[in-house]
Write a protein that binds this ligand. Structure first.
Ligand code: PMP
Length: 370
């Protein structure tokens, strides 16, 4: 008995599609040059670790209130006032994934359409479906800019919300301010909620990313995280900031699901917000430059300006990205084919959050295939 008869029907709509085969192949790799990990290669800063250890030793180990500890929420409130002159309600979440899950469950009715860019972060379409909604992909190829006019064309009477992610995964692209502004105007015209996933806001290399909060604070739900900025993806920390009615419903749902974010990590995040990670950001900027220089002669791609990804087109001699990734795996380099992020399989994602020598060695191998 495999147990499959106990699996709910909704799981059928959640596929790992073409990528499963890649992960099966990758599982057999020995010490690969791994460009597949969407997380920093640096460790959590010392003072942040110390703050977590102290919290544990001081007995701050129990549940907190659902919304999260007051000092952390107040500090985030200050940051929002300073950055945007904005006074949103705040909920501490279990990573940005927790925030996304709660937001979509709280805001999407069955059959509602949610616009997402194609390509986009792997979870968006799945989580929209889980909430009973219909993800509607808006093609942003070939330049991978936001193309607000294509979002306009995708709006129907069922459109409820749109998800924007800048700097973006898998592209590393920071959208132009004008595009964000146009998207906000569109959202206002059609009364749409904007879910702004700004998990990479701290990792911008050529100036800060424009946020929808600046142009449409009344309809933006901002999601940010601590994992990428402070190398603590495993601590599962993030926050949601936005209209009180939405945050209240998300908190209601958090009460029955995640309950609260881990208490010691909440205290440590208070320290994280005072910790200077500019050296890490500078190191990532240098890695970005390294990868751009190493690949630019052999690959076509949009120069990334944030996060730690680059999303080149696969060389012409390969029929698709999956075939290309099979070839890179044969050379012991692991990258992710574009089909993981949307409908096309023409590009591949490199995460350059690896040591400089591995980055250089891996780029050389990729170039040898191009
Ligand atoms: N959004 C984006 C765009 C991401 O890249 C990721 C992580 N790869 C997440 C959300 C999820 O972040 P967390 O680990 O905080 O849940």
């Amino acid at each position: 008995m495999s147990g499959s008869e106990f699996v709910a029907q909704r799981m059928a709509s959640i596929g790992s599609s073409g990528v499963r085969r890649i992960f099966d192949l990758a599982a057999a790799m020995k010490d690969p040059i791994d460009f597949s990990m969407g997380q920093p290669d640096f460790d959590v800063p010392g003072p942040v670790k110390t703050a977590a250890v102290s919290a544990i030793q001081e007995g701050r180990n129990k549940y907190t209130v659902t919304h999260g500890i007051v000092p952390l929420r107040e500090r985030i409130g200050q940051i929002m006032r300073k950055e945007f002159g904005w006074d949103p309600a705040v909920l501490i979440t279990c990573g940005v994934s927790g925030g996304l899950t709660l937001a979509l469950m709280a805001c999407v009715n069955p059959g509602d359409e949610v616009l997402v860019a194609d390509p986009c972060f792997v979870s968006y379409r799945t989580l929209v479906r889980l909430a009973g909604g219909v993800p509607v992909s808006v093609d942003t190829y070939d330049d991978l800019s936001l193309h607000p006019e294509r979002f306009v064309a995708a709006v129907t009477p069922r459109t409820r919300a749109l998800i924007v992610n800048s700097p973006g995964n898998p592209t590393g692209i920071v959208y132009a301010e004008q595009e964000i502004r146009s998207l906000c105007e569109l959202a206002r015209r059609h009364n749409l909620l904007i879910i702004s996933d700004e998990i990479y806001a701290g990792l911008c290399y050529d100036g800060p990313a424009a946020s929808p909060v600046t142009f449409a604070p009344e309809r933006t739900l901002l999601l940010r995280g601590f994992g990428k900025d402070y190398g603590m993806t495993g601590w599962r920390m993030g926050y949601a900031a936005g209209p009180a009615a939405i945050i209240q419903e998300m908190a209601k749902l958090q009460q029955f699901t995640f309950v609260c974010a881990p208490q010691p990590a909440q205290w440590a995040c208070l320290t994280a917000l005072e910790t200077d990670v500019s050296a890490q950001v500078a190191a990532y900027r240098a890695k970005r430059d390294l990868v751009v220089n190493a690949l630019s002669e052999r690959f076509a791609f949009v120069r990334p300006t944030g996060g730690f990804y680059v999303f080149p087109r696969v060389p012409q001699r390969f029929p698709n990205a999956t075939a290309f990734v099979e070839a890179t795996i044969a050379k012991n380099v692991l990258v992710i084919p574009g089909c993981a992020f949307g409908d096309r399989d023409t590009h591949f994602r490199i995460s350059y959050a690896v040591s400089d020598d591995r980055l250089a060695a891996g780029c050389e191998i990729l170039c040898s295939l191009a």
